[in-house]
Write a protein that binds this ligand. Sequence first.
Ligand code: PLP
Length: 488
Amino acid sequence: MIRNYDKLIFEISKEGREGYSLPKNEFKEQYCPCALPANLKREAAPQLPQVTEFDVVRHYTNLSNKNFGVDTGFYPLGSCTMKYNPRINEEISSLPAFNLHPATPDDAAQGALEVYYNLAASLAEISGLSAFTLNPYAGAHGELTGLMIMRSYHAQRGDHKRTKVIVPDSAHGTNPASAAVCGLEIVEVKSTANGTVDVEDLKPLLDDTVAGIMMTNPNTLGIFETEIPEISRLVHEAGGLLYYDGANLNAVLGKCRPGDMGFDIMHINLHKTFSTPHGGGGPGDGPVGVRAGLEHLLPNPQVKKSDCGKFYLDCDEKSAGNVSNFLGNFGVILRAYTYILTLGRENVKMVGPLAVLNANYVKESLKEYYLLPIEGVCKHEFVFDGLVDKSTGVTTLDIAKRLLDYGYHAPTIYFPLLFHQSIMIEPTETESKETLDEFISVMKTVAREAKENPDVVKNAPYSTPVRRLDETTAARSPKTTYRQLVAE
Ligand SMILES: *Cc1c(COP(=O)(O)O)cnc(C)c1O
């Protein structure tokens, strides 16, 4: 039986029920927004559901229980780095002292500006670059910012014909998307059978119309790009810049630095590498760093420190532009800063090795059952190409759905596009051996089911609030209002 509070909130509405009432407006006309022009005022009251506060509490609490998060279970979503988010990060980011209006004058926001300045300095040290902006709101926004810097670099040198950006075929979809938004033309470079950028394929692409190359390292296959020194030499010789997509920085944290590898510009996803809850697409923050000589191109405003230790906002007229209204997602900045300080210099160096150990442990334990297209040591994540035994027709989608019945979030599926049945697994460094062993055992069970009773896997899931959805329609034409739903 469907309980009353499991229904849509509009369906349980009862004329006259109230959960909350606003105090009577005691202000005179001139003090209230009644000064709105008549054509902007409502003629009728909004048609909100009429429900009690208790109805609303139960409705949303039950909805939230249908959700799956990193705090409810193992979440091996490749590329997304769903690691543990320490509670102290939340505590610090909710301190009332940091609850500032974004337009607070510099003088009254010295503490917040100091956090911004210090985090930018830590990221510069971690990545081997010269300076960072924390203004972009996400990784993809960081990519756009970085490409704007690349474009401005060439434009300010009068080198206007550089309109192409080289992107590997294994790149995350945001790379070519950001390049397109930035008005650059995308040229694809192929990967070798080992999954790394093919230097021989790259060479003929390099000419005086190339603005630069975007590389992800470790790449989206979880593989370290070993040819970077050669690629760096070739691209720089051709007059281009090297952009580092740092979404996977997790894997090399404390081991090596993009700046030392020859990269000129990079972004970091604070919400991945430096732990912030980021399910469902946000919130995030995508700091962008540049090597020495490019600092003036960072977006405005920039946080600077005067000789007497005062923090202030500065604008450079040569900047590549403004990318956000204020100084990034400050709540995420606070969490990342807390995370770095609580780990400390020594433990930050353990993040990469542990992420790599966990990924290799899961990979080696399962490769007998799941097809491993690229052998060898991976970094923080790896990709299977479906089951080894494909004779029963069980697909990657079926496996992902079956995992939900066992209480696990599905890995990333059908990405990267290099294989037909990609299953991309990233366990992260914060999972225990016990959790990994349980997951390995469930993955083996699913592989066994696929062989012995394939229909069970093909019809999964059975235990979720909804079964298989038409995911294309759900993504392309979502019904987001009650009116759209009842219009059916
Ligand atoms: C997540 C990711 C991005 C995009 O970052 P967002 O913060 O989601 O915008 C870009 N590149 C790679 C490799 C990623 O994993």
